[in-house]
Design a protein around this ligand. Structure first.
Ligand SMILES: NC(=O)c1ccc[n+]([C@@H]2O[C@H](COP(=O)([O-])OP(=O)(O)OC[C@H]3O[C@@H](n4cnc5c(N)ncnc54)[C@H](O)[C@@H]3O)[C@@H](O)[C@H]2O)c1
Length: 260
């Protein structure tokens, strides 16, 4: 028996990276997955590979009408939405003083407004049915500062705050809302050159687990929060970062790798 048997799940950015890993894991756990993305070719291919009730829907998460159309289509074709994984996102490296307003707004619109619109689109149906689970993908950059990430960190802190408000307003209506905060994850976003994982791990020497995370490891966190195993977990922040947020290893100090 799968941990999401029969559940209808919308996964945004579900065609690639962490979203793809989530689509695969959720389908393997029995979910009926609506893969929503702007990447049509990859999304169609993934849905065909997963088979069963998996379907691809073209959705730009910044498009409010698009959300209404997709939710209506999912409900008609697969069933009422039980779970939303708000995963779609983009990264921008730019110093604060050099970040244009247009770039700042573009990142906020995809990463934060997109998740707001997702909650608005699926929320009424979940509330009417008295049940639902929403998983908002934020980041460790939604918990700390980082140079070069003014727009990205703002959006991810926003997702964290949005999650708290949604938890306050929707919990008593049967809808659980939580956020996931990945550290570095081996997708095109953090590993643009698609270097082998062992190579990338070398850049993560200061992270307590000494390696980058795999997209499938973040998918496991979303699975837990989406499943009934997390029935009393609400408004929580699940950090999945190999210990990155806890602190940094300092080479040569007692307790550091190779020192003992
Ligand atoms: N990779 C990391 O190190 C890392 C760390 C922390 C958080 N995250 C977050 O995880 C999520 C997934 O990122 P990823 O690493 O898989 O990156 P990715 O670039 O591989 O995947 C992002 C997905 O979002 C989709 N997307 C982008 N804009 C969209 C839009 N307007 N509408 C619909 N879909 C859109 C892309 O097409 C892609 O499928 C993002 O929210 C990201 O910010 C990633």
């Amino acid at each position: 028996m799968g941990r999401l048997d029969g559940k209808v799940v919308i996964i945004t950015g579900g065609a690639r990276g962490m979203g793809e890993a989530t689509s695969r894991l959720f389908a393997a756990e029995g979910a009926r997955v609506a893969i929503c993305d702007v990447l049509e070719e990859q999304g169609v291919a993934l849905a065909a590979e997963l088979g069963g009730d998996a379907r691809f829907y073209r959705l730009d998460v910044t498009d409010e009408n698009g959300w209404a159309e997709v939710v209506a289509a999912v409900e008609a074709e697969i069933g009422p939405v039980d779970t939303l994984v708000n995963n779609a996102g983009v990264l921008l490296f730019s110093s604060l003083l050099e970040t244009s307003l247009a770039d700042y707004e573009r990142v906020l619109r995809i990463n934060l407004v997109g998740e707001f619109l997702g909650i608005k689109a699926v929320g009424p149906g979940m509330v009417a049915r008295g049940k639902g689970a929403i998983v908002n993908i934020s980041s460790v950059d939604g918990m700390k500062g980082a140079n070069g990430l003014a727009a990205y960190a703002s959006s991810k802190w926003g997702v964290r705050g949005l999650t708290k408000v949604a938890a306050m307003e929707l919990g008593h209506k049967g809808v659980r809302v939580n956020s996931v905060h990945p550290g570095g994850v081996d997708t095109i976003m953090s590993n643009y050159a698609a270097a082998p994982r062992e190579e990338v791990d070398k850049q993560y020497g200061n992270v307590p687990l000494q390696r980058i995370g795999g997209p499938e490891e973040i998918a496991q966190a979303s699975l837990f929060l989406a499943s009934d195993d997390a029935s009393y977990i609400h408004g929580a922040e699940l950090v999945v970062d190999g210990g990155m947020i806890v602190g940094q290893y300092y080479d040569g100090m007692p307790g550091a790798p190779g020192v003992g």
